[in-house]
Write a protein that binds this ligand. Structure first.
Ligand code: GAR
Length: 204
């Protein structure tokens, strides 16, 4: 029996090591999801190269090519919808998606953040954790809402902060765990059904 795998569209803005973990997982037949397209807000990034190397189609929607944020958001949603995703994964996508995007894929957009939410939202999670002096930080997978890293939490993993860490070493330690829990969480979300109740993601 051939069972269709869930279709995953990944949006990324950077080097794409998180994307690569999903691509690698998809290459095993047991994994219940496959990356069917990769989108970005910028050209010339590692994530797009990784997608091309794996023969995965790509699309790019830079905000400065659109008259305003709402038009960009709707265009990004349109380009993403072309690939009929069951789930959309923001993997190092450094932009906020808006209402048009989220309405198009209700409760099916997830993001990974390199901090233990609700601590240290935004684009400098590891730097902010170091500056605060926490001894434990980590990563958070959440269902995206219109806030900055505020959506209902699906999974978290903790990572120690070492005395001699700088931003790069800490972020790399976080990313190792992030890749693991993202791959596992995507598999679970496309296999189980889930609903959002308040701030909780309830699986059944
Ligand atoms: C990851 O740590 C991801 O959580 C972070 O960017 C990195 C992407 O790395 N995203 C954010 O900080 C979003 N707030 P990658 O380009 O190597 O996959």
């Amino acid at each position: 029996m051939i069972v269709a795998r869930a279709r995953v569209v990944v949006l990324a803005s950077g080097g794409g090591t998180t994307l690569q973990a999903l691509i690698d997982a998809s290459s095993t037949v047991e994994y219940p999801a496959a990356v069917v397209a990769v989108g970005s807000d910028r050209y010339g990034i590692g994530a797009l190269d990784r997608a091309s190397a794996a023969d995965i189609p790509t699309f790019v929607a830079p905000p400065d090519e659109y008259p305003d944020r709402a038009t960009w958001d709707a265009a990004l949603a349109e380009s993403t919808a072309v690939y009929r995703p069951d789930i959309v994964v923001l993997a190092g996508f450094m932009r906020l998606v808006g209402a048009a995007f989220l309405d198009r894929f209700p409760h099916r957009v997830i993001n990974t953040h390199p901090a233990l939410s609700p601590a240290f939202p935004g684009v400098h999670g590891p730097r902010d954790a170091l500056a605060y002096g926490v001894k434990i930080t980590g990563c958070t997978i959440f269902v995206v809402d219109e806030g900055v890293d505020t959506g209902p939490i699906v999974a978290q993993a903790s990572v120690p902060v070492l005395d001699d860490d700088d931003e790069a070493t800490l972020h790399e330690r976080i990313k190792e765990r992030e890749r693991e829990i993202l791959v596992q969480t995507v598999a679970e979300l496309v296999t189980d059904t889930y609903r959002i109740e308040g701030r909780k993601v309830v699986r059944s």
